[in-house]
Design a protein around this ligand. Structure first.
Ligand code: PGA
Length: 249
């Protein structure tokens, strides 16, 4: 059975109290379904509250939005994979385009973060994506492949099989423009081929960028999409509970 992954990226929204209230509403609106998983990437300060709020729901999972690669030490402001784990996270985003563009994160940083996540037992969700200029210059494949190689080099097939990939064209994030299902699928096939050639033939590949309750069905009808990573449209628990039921019988 196809198991679709709906991942919410709350970005810099929803503190602990708000996260608790959100998840209470969400739990009331959405009952477990075996054909989908729902993940919440919460701000670091809300991880524990969010993890507590979903502890009786095995179909729901909380993740961090970023980690630093060192396990502990004098790194003011950063959180490590073991700290995120202690707060209840089971996954982490790595290399979100906002981290790359606003915080100067490099491909090599993403490699260290993916490795740190895997070493501690957090599932890494590596984000890759092209800018509009890169797409228009025909460089989408080169950029995505460089980000995959940069973030995942040195991992064997077993480790790669634990990594989830999100293709998020930068020009589609928070802009109201999204890739067509066909455009997304073409990149997803390349991601799959890249991982397949390195011993991970069945990766989970999500699409992200201005996904909402109106366009999710059309996107998810494309079988190359194993799920979606959603920012803005995940911030309201009613709207998000509707979105995660996309395609439900
Ligand atoms: P968006 O964000 O859904 O608001 O476009 C997606 C993301 O950045 O993960």
């Amino acid at each position: 059975m196809r198991r679709v992954l709906f991942a919410a990226n709350w970005k810099m929204h929803l503190g602990p109290e708000e996260a608790r209230a959100y998840l209470k509403t969400f739990r009331a609106r959405y009952n477990r379904r075996d054909d989908r998983d729902v993940w919440f990437f919460a701000p670091a300060v809300s991880l524990e509250a969010a993890a507590q709020a979903i502890r009786e729901r095995g179909d729901l999972l909380v993740g961090a939005q970023d980690i630093y690669w060192e396990p502990k030490g004098a790194f003011t402001g950063a959180i490590s994979a073991p700290l995120a784990l202690q707060a209840g996270a089971k996954a982490t985003l790595v290399g979100h385009s906002e981290r790359r563009q606003l915080f100067g994160e490099t491909d090599d940083d993403t490699r260290r973060k993916v490795a740190a996540a895997l070493a501690s037992g957090l599932a890494p969700l590596l984000c890759v994506g092209d800018t509009l200029a890169e797409r228009e210059a025909g460089h989408t494949t080169a950029v995505v492949t460089r980000q995959l190689a940069g973030g995942l080099s040195g991992l064997d097939g077993g480790a790669l099989a634990r990594v989830v990939i999100a293709y998020e064209p930068v020009w589609a994030i928070g802009t109201g423009r999204n890739a067509t299902p066909q455009d997304a699928a073409a990149v997803h096939r390349e991601v799959r081929a890249w991982l397949g050639a390195r011993g991970a033939p069945a990766p989970r590949v999500l699409y992200g960028g201005s996904v909402n309750v109106k366009n999710a069905a059309e996107l998810l009808a494309e079988r190359e999409l194993d799920g979606v990573l959603v920012g803005g449209a995940s911030l309201d628990p009613d709207a998000w509970s509707q979105l995660v039921q996309t395609g439900a019988a």
